[in-house]
Design a protein around this ligand. Sequence first.
Ligand SMILES: C[S@@+](CC[C@H](N)C(=O)[O-])C[C@H]1O[C@@H](n2cnc3c(N)ncnc32)[C@H](O)[C@@H]1O
Length: 203
Amino acid sequence: MNYDSKHTEIIAPQEGYDLVAKQYKDYHKHLDTFYHINFLKFLPRKSEFSIIDLGAGDGRMYKELSIIPHSTYVACDISREMLLNHPKGPQHLVANLEEKLPLDDESFDIAVCFFTLEHIEKSEEFLAECYRILKDWGKLFIGHFFQRREFKRSAKNRNFKIKQYKRETADIVEEATFAGFTTEVLPLYDKADYNGDLIICEK
Ligand SMILES: C[S@@+](CC[C@H](N)C(=O)[O-])C[C@H]1O[C@@H](n2cnc3c(N)ncnc32)[C@H](O)[C@@H]1O
């Protein structure tokens, strides 16, 4: 087991998010203030898109993504408990983003990954998988926020933090470029505060 300097247990995302799944909705309001993105603005004219939310959790982003006309919507997460709280309708896929995904090559137009990449240790492999499952000209939208420290959580009589890996926007851009994407970085604001970057990776 791992502990931080104050002896708080640091646990793996699957176990951690299974534990906090019932309370995650309480954070939605706060997380929703971190950015305001009109995803449609970045998409080509097309009548229908295939969408995958990578690290979809309990579907916080479903309300903003489901307005994009779509033929397919997959909510993918390692935590079964989080997905149980995801709105019904999309296909739910329990899968580990650190491994090869059980998805065909070139099957999605849009992939999004918000508040999740910080939990992925092997980000290079993950970005290569994103490249593989996206169609030509498909886009991966990464929401990368600053100062997302592991914070203390309490659930089921346990105090713990969920493991994270620190990286900068420039590191993600470098890895995405290596995977074959062309990238664009747009700053994200919470009111006047610059608090993260939207990294758009195009295949
Ligand atoms: C902070 S939540 C973000 C949820 C949602 N994307 C949002 O913006 O509200 C992080 C999510 O990533 C998932 N996650 C973490 N590591 C993962 C992995 N290796 N594979 C799949 N999902 C993972 C967690 O289970 C959790 O649901």
